[in-house]
Design a protein around this ligand. Structure first.
Ligand code: IFM
Length: 454
């Protein structure tokens, strides 16, 4: 018996079983119907930024195949679908004139989902900032936060009658760190001050957008999605404990503390080498109550102190015995339970939690038209068990969304990493159901209509 079966009664009847995706990773059609360019168009078309210089130009061609893809979700039996809106498809210049054809695409998608009894959940920002705004400083410019609030209000005016669950940002840590410090993601900047400025204005934009959306309608559930990764010290030494605290601030508290305590962690500036441009007024609005916190969980980290005292960064250890995914991320399902329980203990005002992404890339092989992805099934079932353990410890988890419905453009990794439970043949755009799809379908069915014991 899995833990989910054991704790089945702890699941609310409204528990959301979903799949997640994002616009640039699946839509393609980047020059169609008046779409403007995003920072990812420019970044991926700059040689050397992505594996094999791959781009999202075509991706899964979902812009044209969305109805087939919704059919797949219907077959899967999910109750919810989380997708993101491409900001430059709606506002090619980032602000002002909305583009009717861009809006019409999401209109069709939402209606098709509802016709199939699948609840749409919209993420407003999953990393594809309009290039026109980047040219004016992007997330390093506070004006971008105002533009984001206007865009959020526009989307609510358009879809708010049918879409009730909204996520402002997906993984602001990636926007800030990968986009502005390591430079692995668009816009490819490598500067500590740029990263903390971007993190702050992203949080301000989240707050302004939340207020603007709430001013328009009172029937919306609004949250933000953070990618969180719990940290374990490798041993009991003081140094390892300090390393774990620093890594926890870097991975998690950089965003959690401003959102739920109203201040940045004290050591953040020391860790990152730059100070966020925060005012008391900003911190006050960033802390406003949310309807839910979205969490993307993939892995955890075990750390020790840096070997060279000069460099502040803790050292992340991966044991040779660890299971690892094709991303090289260790598989640590119990980290999800720890994360959820620790969050609940640490932040008394934590809203209900939704796991908005969880999943794994593996090197899938098609054999006789089938993909036997047993590693992925094990990963998923272990993590759903870990979620059930957190429920059993009283954490209010209201949903689980698997990343991802289908293989897609994995950012700097191009198409080399497959996270889908549907295999995509990128030459033909054929979709092949992996064994994990059938497994997830069965799980959802058994939870939604459990057999009564004889
Ligand atoms: O593909 C990404 C997604 O865009 C954001 N969360 C993590 C996924 C896997 O890396």
């Amino acid at each position: 018996m899995t833990n989910l079966e054991k704790y089945h009664t702890l699941l609310s009847p409204a528990f959301q079983w979903g799949v997640s995706s994002s616009a640039y990773q699946i839509e393609g059609a980047v020059t169609q119907d008046g779409r403007g360019q995003s920072i990812w168009d420019i970044f991926s078309h700059t040689r050397g930024n992505t594996l094999n210089n791959e781009t999202g130009d075509i991706a899964c061609d979902h812009y044209y195949r969305y109805s087939q893809d919704v059919n797949l979700m219907k077959t899967l039996g999910v109750t919810h679908y989380r997708f993101s809106v491409s900001w430059p498809r709606i506002l090619p210049q980032g602000r002002r004139e909305a583009h009717v054809k861009g809006l019409a695409f999401y209109d069709r998608l939402v209606d098709t989902l509802l016709e199939n009894r699948i609840t749409p959940v919209v993420t407003l920002y999953h990393w594809d900032l309009p290039w026109a705004l980047q040219e004016k400083g992007g997330w390093q410019n506070r004006d971008t936060a105002d533009a984001f609030a206007d865009y959020a209000a526009l989307m609510v005016s358009f879809l708010g009658d049918r879409v009730k669950q909204w996520i402002t940002h997906n993984e602001p840590w990636c926007t800030a760190y990968l986009g502005h410090l390591s430079g692995e993601h668009a816009p490819g900047i490598q500067e500590a001050q740029a990263a903390v400025d971007a993190s702050h204005y992203v949080l301000v934009s989240h707050a302004l957008a939340t207020m603007a959306m709430r001013a328009m309608r009172t029937d919306l559930n609004i949250g933000i999605t953070l990618n969180l990764s719990p940290v374990y010290p490798q041993d009991t030494s003081q140094e390892s404990h300090k390393a774990a605290r620093w890594q926890d601030i870097f991975n998690n508290r950089w965003f959690l503390d401003p959102l739920f305590i109203g201040q940045y962690p004290e050591e953040l500036s020391e860790i990152l080498g730059a100070q966020p441009p925060a005012s008391a007024q900003d911190m006050e609005i960033i802390r406003q109550p949310l309807d839910f916190l979205g969490i993307n969980y993939y892995s955890a980290q075990v750390v020790t102190a840096p070997s060279d005292g000069q460099v502040p960064w803790p050292v992340v250890h991966i044991k040779s015995t660890d299971r690892v995914s094709a991303m090289g991320w260790p598989v640590i399902p119990q980290g999800l339970t720890k994360l959820l329980v620790d969050l609940q203990n640490h932040y008394p005002n934590l809203p209900p939690v939704i796991i908005t992404e969880n999943g794994a890339a593996y090197n899938d092989i098609v054999e006789d038209g089938k993909v036997h992805d047993t590693d992925r099934i094990l990963y998923l079932s272990d993590h759903i068990d870990a979620l059930a353990n957190a429920l059993a410890q009283g954490v209010n988890v209201q949903g689980y969304y698997l990343w991802s419905l289908m293989d897609n453009f994995e950012w700097a990794w191009g198409y080399s990493k497959r996270f889908g439970i549907v295999y995509v043949d990128y030459r033909t755009q054929e979709r092949i159901l992996k064994d994990s799809f059938l497994w997830y379908r069965q799980l959802i069915q058994s939870v939604l209509s459990p057999k009564t014991p004889d």
